[in-house]
Design a protein around this ligand. Structure first.
Ligand SMILES: Nc1nc2c(c(=O)[nH]1)N[C@H]1C(S)=C(S)[C@@H](COP(=O)(O)O)O[C@H]1N2
Ligand SMILES: [Mo]
Length: 168
């Protein structure tokens, strides 16, 4: 992007470029912590979620209808970073904290993602309908499509996934 173009088109292109340059990091108790650009995420294939009603858990407030998201399964990304199993069974006590740029954070457990149908429907979305999500729209966005009330684990502007092996 050169500094000489200031048309709306150029601004939009610049904006889309910045969305693509956004990064997602997988850190903490992984074998191979990593950072991916949205372009690299996009290259990892895609799954699609059905359209749904976004509804808040705390207030039951209907927020809006959302068209189908497309993106990568969270569990596929986790497998790229690799689960730790320093002591036998550690991997089954791993939790994953999904953290947004504004500090909003939610959890998933290993069992939930790898041993229940929920995990088949947790995705890091890059597109909505057939259009790339912009940063204002929340890209990249984490979404757990099997949740009863979808808003809490509909995390806008996901920054990273932190793995923690927990012990009693
Ligand atoms: N990054 C981020 N994502 C978030 C939240 C947040 O505070 N930060 N709040 C969640 C909750 S509790 C709700 S109800 C919805 C609100 O969606 P809205 O901001 O589009 O109304 O976003 C969800 N995703
Ligand atoms: Mo909410």
């Amino acid at each position: 992007m050169t500094a000489t173009h200031h048309t709306n088109d150029a601004n939009r292109t610049e904006h889309e470029t910045s969305a693509q340059n956004a990064m997602l990091s997988l850190t903490g108790d992984f074998q191979r912590p990593l950072t991916l650009t949205l372009e690299q995420l996009r290259d990892r294939g895609s799954v699609r979620a059905d359209p749904f009603d976004l509804r808040c858990f705390t207030t039951n407030r209907f927020i809006r209808k959302v068209d189908s998201y497309r993106g990568v399964l969270l569990k596929d990304l986790i497998e790229v970073a690799g689960l730790r199993n320093d002591r036998p069974g550690d991997f089954k006590r791993t939790i994953f904290i999904a953290i947004a740029h504004d500090g909003y954070a939610v959890t998933f457990s290993w069992h939930e993602l790898f041993n229940t149908p929920i995990g088949e429907r947790v995705l890091v979305a890059l597109d909505r309908g057939d259009t790339p999500l912009t940063i204002e729209e929340g890209a990249p966005l984490l979404f757990s499509a099997a949740d009863i009330l979808p808003a809490p684990r509909h995390v806008k502007r996901l920054a990273g996934i932190v793995a923690r092996v927990v012990a009693p």
